[in-house]
Design a protein around this ligand. Sequence first.
Ligand code: NZQ
Ligand code: ZN
Length: 389
Amino acid sequence: MNNFEYCNPTHLIFGKGRENDIGAILLGKLQAGDTVLVVYGGKSAEKSGLIDRVRRSLEAAGLSAVFKGGVTPNPQLDLVRDGIEAARECGARAVLAVGGGSVIDASKAIAIGVPYEGDVWDFFAAGVSPKEALPVACVLTLPAAGSEQSIRIVISGEGRKLGAGSPVVRPFASVINPEIFFTLPQKQIRAGVIDMMSHIMERYFTLTEGTDFVDGQAEAAMRTIMRNGLKLMKNHEDYDAWCQVSVAGSFAHNGYYALGQTEDWASHGMEHELSAWDTSITHGDGLAVVIPAWMRYVYDVKPSRFAQFAINVMGEEAGADDNETALKGIEALKRFYREVGAPATLSDLGADKADSRELAEKAVRIPGKLGGFKKLYAEDIAKIYDMMR
Ligand code: NZQ
Ligand code: ZN
C-alpha cells in the first residue's frame, strides 16, 4: 500500500424530505440576505416540484436566489460561461446544484470561474489548477457520476470533453433523498449503475499490492450496486434499493476506494472521447461498451486481479488458471450489462462511423497516454476502439 492522505469534507444529508433543509444548510456557510445561484437542468426538477421546494427552503432561510436552468447532459462550456456572468451579476456567494452529474459539474465550473480572471476553459484545456471557488452545495436528482462528493468536473467545449479536478470544487454539502430518483427513466438508471460501478473499477484494477481492506469494501459495493440496480430496473420506486445504490454510488467516487493505491481511468478517458464525438451519447452507456474491451486488452498484465474480480464480484467459480477465471469474469460483466439493457458495441451507440485512430489521438492529446494499470498509447487505444465494433 502507498502513502496517502484523505480528507473528504462533504457533509452528506440523507433521506426523505431532506431537500427542504437546504436553505438552513447553506446558511451554515452564508449570511441571511446573501444570494445563491441555483443551477438546474431541463424540466425534470421543475415538473417534480423540487425547484419549488428548494425555492421555499431558501426563502425560509432568508437567502435570496437566482435560478439558472438549461444545463444539458454532457454540460457545455457556453452554459458555464453564461452561469459565471449570471453569478457575478447577482453577486452570488454560493452555487447550489439541483440535478445530476451534468448540473453539478456545470455548477462546479461556474464556482471556479467566478473568482478567476481568465477564461474558465483554461482549467480544462490549458491545465490551470483551480485555487479558489465559490462554495458548492447539491441536491442530487440522479445517482451516477458521484460528482456530489467528487473533486472532479467534466465539461464539453470546442469539440472536446475535458476534465479538471481540485479539492476546492468538492461540494461542502450534498442532499441525497432517494425518493427524488423515482422519476428517473430506465435508461438513466442503468447508465447510473454502470457509471458508479466503473468508478470503483477504475480504482480496483490496480498494480498496488496489499490493498485487502479497500478491496473487500470495493467488492461489496460493486455487488450491492449490481443486486440493487437490477431491482430498480424492475421497480423504479424501490426506496430501499435506491438507498443502497445512491450511497454506494456516492462513495464510489469520493476517493475512498483508492486509499493508498494507484488508479487507472483509461476507460473514462476513452468514453469521454465517445461522448465528445456525439454529445447525445450517455456517459454510462459509453462505458458499457468501453470497459469490456479495455478489460480484454489489459487483463493479462495481472490476471490474478481479474480472477479476484470474477470470483468476488461476479460470483464465478475459479477456472483452470487465473487467465480462464479472468475471462469468465469479463463475460459475466457483459451479461450484467446486457441484463440492464446497455449497448454493447459502437454501432449500438450510433458511433460506428467514429474513427478509432482519431478518437485515440484525441484521448491521449493532453496526457500522452492513458491508464495506471497498463499504460496505453494511441496505437493501443485505437486497437481497443476496434475491439468495440
Ligand atoms: O435535464 P433534466 O430534465 O433534469 O433531465 C436529466 C437529464 O436529461 C435527467 N434527470 C436527472 N434527474 C432526474 C432526471 N429525470 C427524471 N427524474 C430525475 N430525478 O437525467 C438526464 C441525465 O442527467 P445527467 O446529469 O447528464 O446524468 P449523470 O448524473 O449521469 O451525469 C453525467 C455527466 O457527469 C459526468 C459525465 O461525463 C457526464 O457529463 N461525470 C462527472 C464526474 C465527476 N464530476 O466527478 C465523474 C463521472 O465519471 C462522469 O464523467
Ligand atoms: Zn464516470
